[in-house]
Design a protein around this ligand. Structure first.
Ligand SMILES: Nc1ncnc2c1ncn2[C@@H]1O[C@H](COP(=O)(O)OP(=O)(O)OP(=O)(O)O)[C@@H](O)[C@H]1O
Length: 233
């Protein structure tokens, strides 16, 4: 069976600036990928390119059996690409519940299932987006993306800036989403040792190219590779 996502010889960036150089990357349906790399390696640019908000220079992207290389971001979203950007982009003047239902699409993920995944959100369902802590906002951003019932979930540094106890709570939810629920996902993360235990595969970007690709378990058990590619002790 063809992979859910297949990227070939991709070159993209911002305007004339080329950030990604001949990226080849595939993801099978139901698999999760940790996308790692040092600051400025191009991780966000790769997610942005899959979503369709960068400048395409060369190569192709196929998703769910279709060539989406030149389709607009809203068409990619409709095709099943769900995205939680670093900025989270929640609606501050809407309640938690309104945030969840404003853009939702029918499917297995509904209000009761996302509230079961994130009980804090149910407790806060009548609070406005701007009354939430950073951790609650991140949970809301993930839950809202689930409510779109995507085929692929893209998360850009979901743990960034969160208190350790919230990091653990969010990691537990992400583990359930990608392992028990079988959601296909690409998770950009700085904290390699946190994200590798719950993902199937790992890729490391360096200067806009893929420098390493293996299973997450193999990378996690390879201190030399962690140190060499990521400076992770
Ligand atoms: N809007 C933009 N216009 C031009 N260049 C950009 C833009 N955004 C990012 N870049 C450049 O693209 C390169 C990769 O940036 P990117 O944000 O994708 O890296 P990253 O791996 O996600 O890093 P970080 O972990 O710091 O977020 C950097 O050199 C950056 O300066």
């Amino acid at each position: 069976m063809a992979p859910l996502l297949s990227i070939e010889k991709l070159v993209s960036g911002y305007g004339e600036a080329r950030v990604l150089h001949r990226i080849d990357l595939a993801l099978e349906e139901g698999k999760s990928l940790a996308l790692l790399g040092r600051n400025g390696a191009g991780k966000t640019t790769l997610l942005d390119t899959i979503v369709g908000v960068t400048t395409h220079h060369a190569g192709s992207i196929r998703f769910a059996g279709r060539d989406i290389t030149r389709t607009r971001p809203e068409q990619r979203a409709a095709a099943g690409i769900g995205w939680v950007p670093q900025e989270r982009n929640i609606f501050h003047s809407l309640t938690v519940e309104e945030n969840l239902t404003a853009t939702s699409r029918p499917g297995v993920w509904n209000l009761s299932r996302v509230y079961a995944m994130f009980p804090r959100l149910e407790e806060r369902k009548r609070n406005l987006g701007n009354q939430l802590s950073g951790g609650e906002q991140q949970m809301l951003a993930v839950a809202r993306a689930l409510m779109l019932n995507p085929k692929l979930l893209l998360l850009d540094e979901p743990l960034e800036g969160l208190a350790p106890i919230i990091v653990d709570e969010l990691l537990a939810a992400l583990r359930r989403i990608v392992t028990e629920e079988g959601m296909s996902a690409i998770i950009v993360e700085q904290k390699a040792r946190k994200i590798l235990p719950l993902t199937d595969d790992a890729a490391v970007l360096e200067r806009g190219g893929i420098a390493y690709r293996d299973t997450s378990a193999t990378l996690l058990s390879n201190p030399d590779a962690l140190e060499h590619h990521l400076s992770v002790a």
